[in-house]
Design a protein around this ligand. Structure first.
Ligand code: ADP
Ligand code: ADP
Length: 229
């Protein structure tokens, strides 16, 4: 599961200004698409359409061949995990923050799960002592630690489709590299859309599209784009 297709997608927040001007791409199940381009190009907007914050004004978005306008938002959002650039955390435990939003679930049980098998790949790759701090209150977390919590929260739903919207762009390059290495292990088997700032973080993407003012101006692999540059 998890094939994603944009088919000549157009979108504007306002009727008189189109933000996405005919976007088409296909990601095979488990594949990674990277989206780069200047600020304001429409990268976050593209991600919001996939999540159905908004619907296209023309064109179609398909997941596993099904037009997402025919899928309920609840089931769509269950299948998609988003990690944003800036994570705002509750002044509570790491476990609470990871488990927050698990509707209907027993909070303590979810906190246990957060430290357990569901996200074992992720937790075990965290710095020493981090897993033990899942129950700690009164957090003083660094930007990198906050993003790790955001990633763990997203992974708890085990989504087949993952959107990383500049998830590590605000971090220093060493922390970014550490988290990127961890993300590679959790991306395996999931279809991933990575909105990126630095080209170095998307060298492994199956396809890179370069957006500029709502159009795809370049597309290719990391190697082919570097050859052109
Ligand atoms: P990027 O992620 O590439 O920086 P965005 O998708 O955030 O670009 O924004 C693309 C364009 O859409 C920008 O001109 C931005 O100002 C505009 N925009 C973004 N969000 C909204 C919104 N909620 N309402 C109106 N315009 C918006
Ligand atoms: P993100 O956090 O994903 O970047 P935001 O909604 O905070 O998304 O805004 C993305 C960009 O869109 C920013 O440049 C912001 O200034 C712009 N933007 C957001 N809302 C509006 C709006 N109502 N009108 C115009 N531009 C907007």
């Amino acid at each position: 599961a998890g094939a994603v297709r944009f088919d000549d997608v157009h979108f504007g927040y306002d009727a008189d200004r189109e933000i996405l001007k005919g976007i088409s791409f296909a990601i095979p199940p488990g594949g990674t698409l990277a989206v780069v381009g200047p600020s304001g190009a429409g990268k976050s907007t593209l991600a919001r359409l996939l999540y159905r914050f908004y619907d296209p004004t023309a064109g179609r978005i398909l997941i596993d061949g099904q037009d997402i306008s025919a899928v309920t938002q609840a089931s769509l959002r269950a299948a998609i995990g988003i990690v944003p650039q800036d994570t705002v955390l509750f002044n509570d435990t790491i476990g609470y923050n990871i488990a927050y939003g698990r509707a209907g679930a027993d909070q303590a049980a979810v906190e246990q799960a957060a430290a357990g098998a569901a996200i074992a790949d992720f937790i075990t790759s965290l710095p020493d002592g981090y897993a033990a701090r899942v129950g700690e209150r009164g957090l003083k977390l660094s930007g990198g630690e906050k993003q790790r919590v955001a990633i763990a929260r997203t992974l708890l739903k085990n989504p087949p489709l993952l959107i990383l919207d500049e998830a590590t762009s605000a971090l220093d390059s060493r922390t970014e590299a550490e988290i990127q290495a961890t993300l590679k292990t959790v991306e395996r088997g999931r279809t991933t859309v990575v909105i990126a700032h630095r080209l170095s973080t998307i060298a492994d993407a199956d396809e890179i599209i370069v957006l500029d003012t709502g159009r795809i101006v370049e597309r290719g692999t990391h190697a082919s784009l570097l050859r052109q540059a």
